[in-house]
Unconditional design. Structure first.
Ligand SMILES: Nc1ncnc2c1ncn2[C@@H]1O[C@H](COP(=O)(O)OP(=O)(O)OP(=O)(O)O)[C@@H](O)[C@H]1O
Ligand SMILES: [Mg+2]
Length: 502
């Protein structure tokens, strides 16, 4: 037979759509052409495949070879189709049996010697192959990553010859055993290291319990970064599905997936000079940005007003929808980006406004301009803003911290999280207005109190909803079904930036 059909997979966002590699040998002058929207790297695969085949005592057919990558309208990039193309040529020329090929999918880049090189984004591929009920032949170096997808049938190989021996029934490749994925990770950074700052610690706990976004305002060196870094360690554990999604995003990013980060909630802290593409993702072959790498975890923006305002504006859409759409001339991709935003800033340009030493000389106008760099709509999406003031030297130097550990705080967060899920089916932060009315019922006393607060602080209707949601989380932390005035009062206290500069 002079035609062979081999399956492989492309990568679009975090999807891995099926690509059928059709290889046809026909009469005519010896040539090799690849059709079906291949990008540069795929076109180069001709030379790699030719060398890999010839260097392993196979015959490269001296016929007219046409390779079609279908569907044609799917953009295809990278060397990931090399292996499928090589297998297709060997099968079409009768050097490999072709009858069992339909049970497999092939992915991997070939070196000129026939060695297999790893490719990016194996988690989406392994999931899709499993769903299709086929077995996946993949580079050995990718097998640790792919084996996180439980029950996927994986055949890892380091060389083209190994795969040919398997397909022709000579020497079978052993399946990779699935990695045990149920172990919970340990977080290095512990809240016990943070001295004092009871108010900020409480706000962090509430933020963790309801997945609320948090903004910390305070002079340099008071522990804002320390607190932010400890948030992932008090969040509820990641579900298998969440962990796979987060690992899939890492696996298609330029840094790749690191196995030791499995099930660790991501903590991303891009520098304030980061570009919009670095933050939200992009490129001609769209890659996920920081917000997607922070999916199911925390995005920490330190020195918030120093970020380019246009860069911050692009966060508004994913903050609402939990996804980001990237459109480029060649292709469009959507990445999940459901992250918890934690931001930190100094109270004024010099950083010492309100400091007892009186060393701040920033004019009120300068302070206002500094704060206005963070736009109203972005601030509006942050439920909790608090001050993190200087602490006394005695507290800081206390040899043994009396602070609670992350483990203890996490138990309360978990209990509150369970209550929320049982009631709302989602976090309090993500309740829409109608759901707020349904799940956050206020009695008359609470309504009167809230009206008074709104009048005094002159808050917007949106800010009011934020206060109610935070109050709901506070009541959940206290295992109470009803929202009480004291919960609303505490929540209203977390609106620092709605008040006048002081
Ligand atoms: N509350 C605290 N408990 C223990 N150590 C602290 C505390 N606050 C600050 N430190 C010490 O000061 C260092 C700086 O803290 P951190 O980086 O969190 O400050 P920051 O508020 O983020 O400052 P900046 O505004 O300059 O970014 C920490 O590494 C830690 O050693
Ligand atoms: Mg800091």
């Amino acid at each position: 037979m002079s035609i062979a059909i081999v399956y492989s997979r492309a990568q679009i966002g975090i999807q891995a759509p099926l690509v059928t590699v059709e290889v046809h040998l026909s009469r005519g002058l010896p040539s090799l052409s690849i059709v079906g929207l291949p990008e540069m790297a795929v076109r180069e695969s001709k030379d790699r495949v030719r060398s890999a085949i010839m260097n392993n005592q196979f015959e490269f057919p001296l016929r007219r070879i046409t390779i079609n990558l279908a569907p044609a309208d799917l953009p295809k990039d990278g060397g990931r189709f090399d292996l499928a193309i090589a297998i297709g040529i060997l099968a079409a020329s009768g050097q490999l049996p072709s009858n069992s090929l339909k049970h497999f999918e092939f992915i991997g880049e070939l070196a000129l010697t026939g060695k297999l090189r790893p490719v990016r984004g194996l988690i989406p591929v392994a999931r899709a192959t499993r769903a299709a009920g086929r077995e996946l032949v993949l580079p050995g170096e990718n097998s640790a990553e792919a084996s996180l997808v439980g029950a996927a049938r994986l055949l890892p190989a380091d060389h083209l010859l190994q795969i040919c021996a398997h397909l022709s029934g000579k020497t079978a490749i052993e399946y990779t055993l699935p990695t045990r994925t149920d172990c919970q990770p340990r977080y290095e950074k512990d809240l016990a290291d943070v001295h004092g700052q009871a108010h900020a610690r409480r706000a962090l706990e509430i933020a963790a319990a309801g997945r609320h976004n948090l903004l910390m305002l305070g002079p340099p060196g008071t522990g804002k970064t320390m607190l932010a870094e400890r948030l992932p360690g008090i969040l509820p554990p990641m579900s298998e599905e969440e962990a796979l999604e987060s690992a899939a995003l890492a696996s298609i990013s330029s840094q790749g997936f690191r196995k030791e980060l499995w099930r660790i909630r991501p903590f991303r802290h891009p520098h304030h000079t980061a570009s919009a593409v670095a933050l939200v993702g992009g490129g001609s072959q769209p890659r996920p940005g920081e917000i997607s790498l922070a999916h199911h975890g925390v995005l920490f923006l330190d020195e918030l007003p120093e970020f380019d305002r246009r860069v911050l504006e692009v966060l508004r859409e994913p903050l609402e929808s939990g996804r980001i759409n990237i459109s480029r001339a060649v292709q469009q991709a959507e990445f999940p980006a459901s992250f918890q935003l934690v931001a930190a800033m100094n109270p004024c340009p010099c950083g010492y406004l309100g400091d007892a030493s009186g060393r701040c000389h920033c004019s009120e106008d300068r302070v206002r301009r500094y704060r206005q760099r963070v736009s109203g709509p972005l601030l509006d999406r942050i439920d909790i803003h608090i001050e993190v003031p200087n602490i006394t030297r005695e507290i800081l130097q206390a040899s043994k911290s009396e602070s609670e550990s992350s483990h203890d705080v996490r138990q309360r967060v978990l209990a509150a999280w369970d209550r929320q899920l049982a009631r709302n089916g989602k976090s309090n932060q993500s309740l829409n207005n109608r759901e707020v009315e349904r799940f956050c019922v206020l009695d008359k006393g609470c309504r009167n109190f809230l009206e008074e607060v709104m009048r005094q602080l002159q808050l917007s209707a949106r800010a009011m909803h934020r206060i109610i949601k935070v109050a709901r989380t506070i009541s959940d932390l206290q295992s109470e079904d009803k929202i009480r005035v004291q919960h609303l009062a505490e929540a209203a206290g977390y609106r620092r930036l709605d008040r006048e500069i002081s």
